[in-house]
Design a protein around this ligand. Structure first.
Ligand code: SAM
Length: 373
C-alpha cells in the first residue's frame, strides 16, 4: 500500500499546499464556519519554498484561515481500545513482535513498541502461519515466511459486518489497520442514528474498509487514495461485501488537491476521516509531509463540514509527537465551532489465544476527533 517514507528534497512551507483563498471566497453557511466567520483579513503564512507540485505551477499556496471564537471543549486523554472485533484479535506481543489472529491465520509481525517479554510460550509463536521478516525496503512477497505451507496472497475477513480481503503486502501490512475499528464503530453508530444518509469523506482510505463500513450503514461515501493499487483492492472489497450498488465514489487523487477542489466546488460532508501517513506521494508525485501540511489539511476539512456535521476524525501514526500536538491543532482549527475535541491514543489489547483473555495494551497511533457534542 505504501508510499515509502521519503523526505522531500525541499521542505514545503507550512500552508504551502494548494491554492490561496481570498477572504471574499470564504464559504458560508457551514456549521463549522458560520460561527467563526468574523471578517478578518487573512494572515498569510510567510511564504517559503513551495512543494514540488506547487513549484511546478500546479497550485499556489492555500493559506490558513484566521479562526476566531473560543476553542471547543476538550476531553483528554481518551484511550480508544479496539479489542477482539470480527475476525481479528491481538493474541500476544513481546520482544519486538506481535502475534495476531486474522481469520484463519496467525501472523507474526515486528512491533517496536512491544518492549516487554512475550506472555505465551515460544512454541505457540512458532506455530504461526506467516511471519513478516526483514525491513520494508523491497517490493515483492519474499518478505513473508509461511511456516507450514505457502499461503495465497489474500484471504477473506470480516470486521463490523463487512467482508474484505486480508492481504500479505510487501510492506508488512495485511490490508486492514484493526486499531481503526474504534473509529469505524463510532462512525457506524453516527450513520445509523442519523435520520438521513450522511455524507462521509474518507481521506487516505487505503483498501476501503472504513468506506465499506460507512456505506453498509447507509452513508454516501467519497473515498480518496493516491494509490491505484489500493483503490483496486478497495473495489475488490466492495464486490466481496456485496456493496456494488452502494453510493461510493472511489477517487484516485492527492488528498490535499482533492479537498481543495471540493472546497472550491462548495461540497460538504457530515463526517470526515483522515488517516495520513507521515510522508506520502500523490499520483502525480505531489508530496505529502504531515508536519508541513496537516494544519492546512485540517483547515480545509473544516470548510468542508456540513451545517449539521457529525465529526472530524484524525489519526496520526509513526510520528514523534504527543497526541497533544494534534489535539491543540484540532482545537485551534475548530475555534468558534463549539463542540468537543477528544484526543488520545488508539490501542489494542491482547486477548490471548481465544481472544477473550484481556491482557496488555499495545499503542498504535494518536488521534484527535472533533464532535459537535
Ligand atoms: C495507513 S494508510 C491509511 C489506512 C486507512 N485509513 C485504513 O485504516 O484502512 C495510508 C494511505 O495513504 C495513501 N496516501 C499516501 N499519500 C497520499 C496522498 N498524497 N494523497 C492521498 N493518499 C495518499 C496511501 O496510498 C495509503 O493507502
Amino acid at each position: 500500500m505504501k508510499n515509502k517514507e521519503r523526505r522531500p528534497a525541499q521542505r514545503p512551507a507550512a500552508g504551502g499546499y494548494g491554492k490561496a483563498r481570498q477572504p471574499e471566497q470564504r464559504s458560508s453557511g457551514t456549521a463549522a464556519s458560520a460561527s467563526h466567520a468574523k471578517q478578518q483579513p487573512y494572515k498569510p503564512v510567510p511564504s517559503v519554498e513551495k512543494t514540488p507540485a506547487a513549484a511546478a505551477g500546479d497550485q499556489q499556496a492555500r493559506t490558513l484561515i484566521v479562526r476566531e471564537g473560543d476553542r471547543p471543549a476538550e476531553r483528554v486523554p481518551l484511550i480508544l481500545e479496539s479489542a477482539a472485533a470480527g475476525d481479528f484479535h491481538l493474541i500476544d506481543s513481546g520482544d519486538g513482535l506481535k502475534l495476531e489472529q486474522y481469520g484463519p491465520y496467525r501472523i507474526v509481525r515486528p512491533e517496536a513498541q512491544a518492549l516487554w517479554p512475550k506472555a505465551l510460550p515460544q512454541h505457540v509463536w512458532d506455530r504461526a502461519d506467516a511471519v513478516f521478516t526483514g525491513d520494508t525496503d523491497e517490493d515483492g512477497m519474499g518478505r513473508w515466511r509461511f511456516q507450514r505451507e505457502a499461503l495465497g496472497e489474500t484471504w477473506p475477513l470480516n470486521v463490523l459486518g463487512v467482508d474484505f480481503l486480508g492481504r500479505f503486502t510487501a510492506f508488512r501490512h495485511v490490508g486492514v489497520f484493526p486499531e481503526q475499528i474504534a473509529h469505524w464503530a463510532w462512525m457506524k453508530a453516527q450513520i445509523e442514528a442519523a435520520k438521513r444518509p450522511l455524507k462521509v469523506l474518507n481521506l487516505f482510505g487505503y483498501t476501503g474498509v472504513a468506506s465499506l463500513v460507512a456505506a453498509a450503514a447507509g452513508a454516501e461515501v467519497t473515498h480518496v487514495d493516491a494509490s491505484k493499487k489500493a483503490i483496486g483492492w478497495a473495489r475488490e472489497n466492495q464486490a466481496l461485501s456485496r456493496l456494488e450498488k452502494a453510493p461510493i465514489r472511489w477517487i484516485c487523487d492527492d488528498a490535499m488537491k482533492f479537498i481543495q477542489r471540493e472546497e472550491r466546488r462548495g461540497h460538504r460532508y457530515d463526517i470526515i476521516l483522515t488517516d495520513p501517513p507521515k510522508f506520502g506521494r500523490g499520483p502525480a508525485g505531489e508530496v505529502w509531509h504531515l508536519f508541513e501540511h496537516l494544519p492546512v489539511m485540517l483547515d480545509v476539512c473544516r470548510e468542508l463540514l456540513a451545517p449539521d456535521a457529525r465529526g472530524v476524525v484524525l489519526t496520526a501514526y509513526s510520528i514523534r509527537a504527543s497526541f497533544y500536538s494534534i489535539h491543540e491543532l484540532m482545537r485551534e482549527t475548530m475555534r468558534g465551532a463549539g463542540g468537543l475535541v477528544e484526543s488520545g491514543e488508539l490501542v489494542i489489547r491482547e486477548g490471548g489465544l481465544d481472544g477473550k483473555t484481556p491482557q496488555r495494551v499495545l499503542s498504535t497511533s494518536l488521534f484527535s476527533r472533533w464532535v459537535p457534542q
